[in-house]
Design a protein around this ligand. Structure first.
Ligand code: HEC
Ligand code: HEC
Length: 413
């Protein structure tokens, strides 16, 4: 086994073939040969890669509890992050096992690649908060088999559940599976289908927020939102854009507000996580314990993947451990972590226990550059008014679910 707590396998060969079949099926339907009608003359919708994979994403019968689908933790109304009001996801066969991380938004991951180190040695890419899945096909195996999520005991158990679905024949037809498909083949195809859903459903790359319209020159931002943008981009103030880029690339590609890199922000420990009752337990992101191949790289402890900020107003709670409840608080953390540490960290032996979600000897990994790096008593880099402006700007990044997808590149004036 590799670093992952779920099986990995080479998908390149089978994915390429399956993709060809899925696309062929789609174009067939596009030509009108896939439709049909019932005896009453009502048109029936032909099964497509999108329709079948959407059913699978919403399919509770794929879980041991029979009550949990992918969509249960990645709800469409919250940019495919946790359902509103959820602190941390609960799963397992009896729906009583708490996970230790917040469900991230699944949107805007199309341009993310496998986990790797750049030439400067910095890690980037990969899926989940610690990048331990190299693709969304890899990733889909995680929740299906995770005891605190959909809790299937084995690949055979997942395959058995797929065979029982009322639309199993459609699944086989659309994704090119034989009637005699084995467990592993069904499991691999299911994961491929779940990735296809994320590629084919236009919600995943709508690019139609008010900020997009402003970049296109077809919509305006308020004075407050523009002040927030300026603070967001100013390297001496928010410096947010250094990790959450806000401008189109040279080829006009719209920004997704993440470099897909990693950083240790030192977010406070979340006492609401059951595993944290053990004072020796620390979720340290890249260096483990969930991820297991970089445990020797103590310089990476505390680093988590930089998330997209598109649709950020919909995806509470915030940060990998879901410890911050609101967007105002998440931005206030950046503004006041160092000048008012008592606001964020508890006291331990009379001292503020800064960066308390990391063991003492690893707290030096926490980032100190702007907007951080001040001392209590220093004049703030970001005032309360600046924080409010930043939040106003971040709210312009919410997509319009009722409007069509915009082009992936900005409209050149
Ligand atoms: C019990 C809640 C739960 C269920 C069910 C669930 N997820 Fe997740 N999902 C999470 C959490 C929590 C993470 C972050 C995991 C981590 O960092 O270790 C995540 C991460 C992801 C990511 C990576 C996002 C990123 O930014 O890298 C994708 C993609 C994803 N899930 C897709 C799915 C699919 C597909 C399914 C169904 C097979 C599914 N999830 C089922 C909670 C859930
Ligand atoms: C050094 C890189 C870096 C800088 C600079 C930075 N961020 Fe982040 N941001 C991250 C990382 C990494 C996370 C996830 C950290 C975690 O969960 O432990 C994050 C998470 C967030 C979140 C929560 C996202 C979620 O899905 O839970 C918000 C909101 C946010 N950043 C806004 C900002 C704003 C506003 C600024 C500027 C004031 C900023 N960031 C500056 C790296 C950065």
């Amino acid at each position: 086994m590799t670093s992952l707590d779920f099986p990995r396998f080479d998908v390149i060969g089978s994915t390429g073939r399956l993709l060809a079949i899925a696309v062929a099926t789609l174009s067939l339907i596009g030509c009108g040969s896939g439709g049909g009608s019932t005896a009453s003359g009502q048109p029936i919708e032909a099964a497509t890669a999108l329709s079948v994979s959407t059913l699978l994403f919403e399919e509770k019968a794929l879980s041991a509890s029979g009550q949990q689908a992918c969509a249960s933790c990645h709800a469409s109304e919250t940019a495919h992050a946790d359902l509103a009001g959820t602190a941390l996801p609960i799963g397992g066969a009896a729906l009583n096992r708490q996970g230790s991380r917040s469900s991230p938004s699944m949107l805007y991951l199309e341009s993310n690649g496998p986990f790797r180190f750049a030439s400067d040695g910095e890690p980037f890419g990969g899926f989940t908060w610690d990048g331990r899945a190299n693709s969304r096909v890899d990733q889909a195996g995680g929740p299906l088999l995770d005891a605190a999520e959909m809790d299937n005991a084995s690949i055979a158990e997942v395959a058995g559940r797929v065979r029982k679905l009322s639309y199993y024949t459609d699944f086989r037809t659309v994704f090119g599976l034989g009637a005699d498909a084995g467990d592993q083949q069904i499991f691999d195809t299911l994961r491929f289908a779940l990735e296809q859903y994320q590629k084919l459903d236009t919600d995943y790359l709508l690019f139609n927020s008010r900020y997009d319209r402003w970049m296109d020159g077809t919509g305006a931002l308020t004075a407050q939102e523009l002040r927030g943008l300026a603070i967001f981009e100013n390297p001496a103030r928010g410096n947010c854009a250094s990790c959450h880029p806000s401008r189109p690339a040279n080829d006009g590609s719209r920004p997704v507000f993440t470099t897909f890199g990693y950083a240790a922000l030192g977010v406070p420990r979340n006492p609401g996580i059951a595993a944290n009752a053990d004072p020796t337990f620390f979720d340290m992101g890249l260096c483990g314990p969930k991820r297991t191949d970089l445990t020797a790289r103590t310089d990476l402890c505390g680093k988590f993947k930089i998330p997209t900020l598109r649709n950020i107003e919909l995806t509470a709670p915030y940060f990998h451990n879901g410890g911050v409840a609101s967007l105002d608080e998440a931005v206030a953390f950046y503004a006041t972590r160092d000048i008012d540490p008592q606001r964020w960290y508890p006291l331990a032996g009379g001292n503020v226990d800064r960066f308390n979600d990391l063991p003492l000897n690893l707290r030096g990994n926490v980032i100190q550059s702007a907007p951080f790096g001040l001392q209590p008593g220093d004049p703030p880099r970001l005032t309360a008014a600046d924080t409010a402006d930043l939040v106003a700007f971040l709210r312009t990044l919410t997509d319009d679910q009722t409007a069509p997808q915009a082009s992936a590149k900005v409209i050149k004036p």
